[in-house]
Design a protein around this ligand. Structure first.
Ligand code: AOS
Ligand code: ZN
Ligand code: ZN
Ligand code: ZN
Length: 424
């Protein structure tokens, strides 16, 4: 299944008139519209290989059909997304779910779809068949050195796969922690984890980054050994300059001020990357921007402000990734919606009147500060995002075209109705 250029052109020419009218109206009040459009066009968000199939909960899973069964098919799906929006030009692999059989073939396929390889993800939260030691009581924190070594070796193997493919980052998310008080000596668990991470860090190529992802709870429900940004920052600081904190939006305790966390990590030069999603309760992994779009905007507002203050490139300065799971929606539709929501938040952040906000802050004009942010947040910037897509050869309305071309129906025909994608 491929989306052909003529199909995108047809779709765009039908929508062109209406789109142009909206863009013209909006641009009248936005002198920097051109600059914003080119920044949007450059911005790419990596798609995780595990988000292409229907997820599930511990209560069940309802297959959506036509899901990718191999790494090649996952790349094909991301190629489809990228053809539709030109903003999803990267894939984040998960080992062992996506072990490449032939690096050259996989690289050729990536090139064909215009994809690069984003951060590699290791897995020490599940036991794999034939594995010598169990991770039931943790991996890098484990009381048994042999288990820790197995986890370290696995991460080093993940780096090796990534090097072959041209990736330049390793994301380590550990499910390590404890479920009951007294189960764990916190200090020893931290020290074991640090030592294990140090061994992995020592195997990082010089141009690589290591992202230490934190999470407040689940699967352990009493303590998590990389439980919050403070702990992640502690590990990253002790590890060295190639280690950074990774923020997954769903990994905080309720009502955490994520935008402030982001701002301070960025200030310290320790913010490495993002897992975008949205949540109402916990690590819900819902579509980005579906529950708290204002929070997403406020996060991007801090990102743009902080990156500009440091002269960082918006596109390459941080690792941008989605980490989502889909129980009821078509995963590809959901991902198109997530990318769109991220682009909207980014566009709005670019439009914040920074100078006016600085002045209002200096004058303690609290009401004005709020007005400035909300003025931008309430501006419908979708024509700018659509224009960036149009110029890149993508679709003005990706989701609409996805449905019109019957992409899912075709994938079901090709791959079958009862499919199980490897992943969560
Ligand atoms: C787990 O909750 C984390 O969000 C991980 O980043 C991710 O979902 C996992 O590594 C997928 O394999
Ligand atoms: Zn994550
Ligand atoms: Zn998560
Ligand atoms: Zn999540």
């Amino acid at each position: 299944m491929r989306v052909e250029k003529y199909q995108i052109d047809d779709h765009n020419s039908q929508l062109q008139g209406k789109h142009q009218r909206k863009l013209d109206n909006l641009s009248v009040d936005i002198p920097q519209a051109e600059e914003v459009i080119s920044k949007l066009a450059a911005f790419q968000i990596a798609i995780p290989s595990w988000a292409l199939g229907t997820g599930g909960t511990r209560f069940g899973r309802f297959s959506g059909g036509g899901e990718p069964g191999s790494l090649e098919e996952k790349m094909e799906d991301i190629g489809l997304l990228h053809a539709l929006n030109q903003s999803s030009g990267a894939i984040s692999l998960h080992i062992p779910w996506d072990i490449p059989q032939n690096y050259q073939d996989i690289k050729a396929l990536a090139a064909q779809h215009g994809l690069s390889f984003d951060a590699m993800n290791s897995n020490t939260f599940q036991d794999q068949a034939g594995q010598a030691h169990s991770y039931k009581f943790g991996s890098m924190q484990h009381v048994d050195k042999a288990v820790r070594k197995q986890a370290v070796d696995h991460n080093i193997e993940v780096i090796r796969h990534g090097v072959e493919l041209g990736s330049d980052a390793l994301t380590v998310w550990l499910s390590d922690g404890s479920s009951f008080p007294g189960q764990l000596n916190f200090r020893k668990a931290f020290q074991n984890t640090l030592e294990s991470l140090q061994e992995v860090y020592a195997a990082l190529p010089s141009n690589w980054k290591m992202f230490v992802e934190y999470k407040a709870f689940e699967p352990n429900f009493y303590s998590t050994t990389v439980g919050d940004w403070g702990q992640s920052l502690l590990y990253a600081s002790k590890l060295g300059e190639k280690a950074y904190t990774l923020v997954d939006l769903g990994h905080h305790l309720p009502n955490a001020n994520i935008e402030q966390i982001v701002s301070l990590l960025l200030m310290e030069g320790k913010l490495g990357g993002f897992h975008f999603n949205d949540s109402k309760y916990g690590d819900d992994d819902l579509t980005a921007g579906s529950i708290k779009p204002y929070q997403l905007f406020l996060i991007f507002n801090e990102l743009v402000e902080g990156m500009d203050a440091k002269g960082m490139d918006h596109t390459t300065g941080l690792g941008w990734m989605i980490d989502a799971s889909h129980n009821v929606k078509d995963p590809l539709e959901d991902l198109l919606q997530s990318v769109e929501a991220i682009m909207i938040a980014y566009a709005q952040a670019l439009l914040v009147d920074r100078k006016a906000l600085n002045e209002a802050q200096a004058q303690n004009d609290v009401a004005r500060c709020q007005e400035i942010l909300q003025e931008t947040f309430r501006t419908d910037v979708r024509p700018l995002v659509a224009e960036a897509r149009l110029r890149g050869g993508a679709a003005l309305q990706p989701l609409e075209l996805f449905r019109k071309l019957k992409v899912r129906e075709n994938l079901i025909q090709e791959r079958g109705l009862k499919t199980v994608a490897t992943g969560l």
